[in-house]
Design a protein around this ligand. Sequence first.
Ligand code: ADP
Length: 479
Amino acid sequence: MTEQLLMFVNGKNHLPTSGEFFDTHDPSNGAVLASVAKGNGKDVALAVMAAEQASEAWASLSPIERGRILHRVGQVIVDNRDRLAYMESQDMGMPFKASPGVIDSSAEYFEYYGGLAPSLLGDTIPGEQGKFIYTSHEPYGVVGVITPWNAPLNQAARAVAPALAAGNTVVLKPSEYSNLTALELARLASEAGLPDGVLNVVTGFGDEVGPALVSHPDVAKIAFTGSVRTGQIIGELAARKVMPVTLELGGKSPNIVFEDAKLEAAVPMVLFGFIANSGQICSSGTRVLVQRSIYDKFSQMLAAAAQQISIGIDKDFPTLGPIANQMQYDKVMAHFDTARKEGATLLIGGERATGEGLDEGLYIKPTIFTDVTMDMHIVREEIFGPAGVLIPFDTEEEAIRIANDTEYGLCSGIWSQNVSRVHRVAAKIKAGTVYVNTYHDMYVGAPMGGYKKSGIGREKGIQALKQYSQTKTVTMNLI
Ligand code: ADP
């Protein structure tokens, strides 16, 4: 009998008002993992009501007390690391050796924002004599958080922790492809002392639960991570309510390798940049720009390193797990077909990985395309699979021009030993994050977000805490 997963509303398990459930699958072998509650607008309304009712008491707690509870949430995540890691691996295919680290970094959001909660300081503003002006930061109330399937607990923690630290309550809607750890987070947080109604989870399909949450009159802010297309839909709905949104969307990030780069460090990290999590990371460095003088050598080294990568959910890290779901697998394969038709040359990969333990899973080999032109789909569109393109360049100016020739601007990488060049290029790249001689080097305190179509607002760091609160200015006339 398949396990039935209920929603979590007002501190309790919540049956779907529709009475309906849907299956969720393990992408490493196709097995049905669980049957998930299919929420709808009525469930959203109940969750928002619970969050609204919990709002005043939660916001009235001292920041130290809120922070203390968030620390306890971080601790229960760490205490349950192995169980949560296994769940995440089963639900979306993250290799077993990779998922414990991702669970730890989910806990860090609660630890970091728990510590930061009392530091949401206002300003005193010098004005005319006889006037006293100050600001304070107040929560919005109920925040809706909508997350994707590529790093489910991590994405949820990244938005939920700062939203709660700032004094908001939350209704979380995880992706229909990966619900397990979001539901478990809410249950564990409740055990850790988070009051009822402060964190609610409504599961279900994006086009039903999503718009109901975004359009609900008592939801005062949305934090969304996902595709540009859905971000635009949410942005339009939010505009009708004049409601703020944080949108963390796609990317087509450049990773630039100059001729003076330390190649032995660059090769494995550039590869990791586009195959980590099977390429299902919005900040993947999928456009690898290589200076022409080292292009042949670098491409041979990169292809050789890619061929060494073990494939399988149970292999030693770094390894390639399966693609998280059938829909995404089909999309990646369609992108590869288009690349071939448009004339790109396949250096390695481009096909399903098969063999012992792999045949039932959605595995794709590490893939590199060369001989690409800037108008090709494989160069312009986010693939969200273990694939990169190699693009040669001659000068620093050309590298910057190619790097910025994209509608996205989430992330980027520079590989060089020349400190002046690194600063020049970092300043000119239109992206929210620049890694230098490293990649996917994520830290909870470092703001992350996109230029251009990669998004609006910033997650992580003190900036995110401020974005989950609104500023009030008090001007006093000292009569
Ligand atoms: P992906 O292609 O990465 O699955 P989506 O943008 O489709 O990205 O999904 C990200 C999240 O947005 C998921 O939780 C999904 O259910 C939700 N979603 C999908 N469609 C909508 C919508 N119309 N309104 C609100 N949320 C949606």
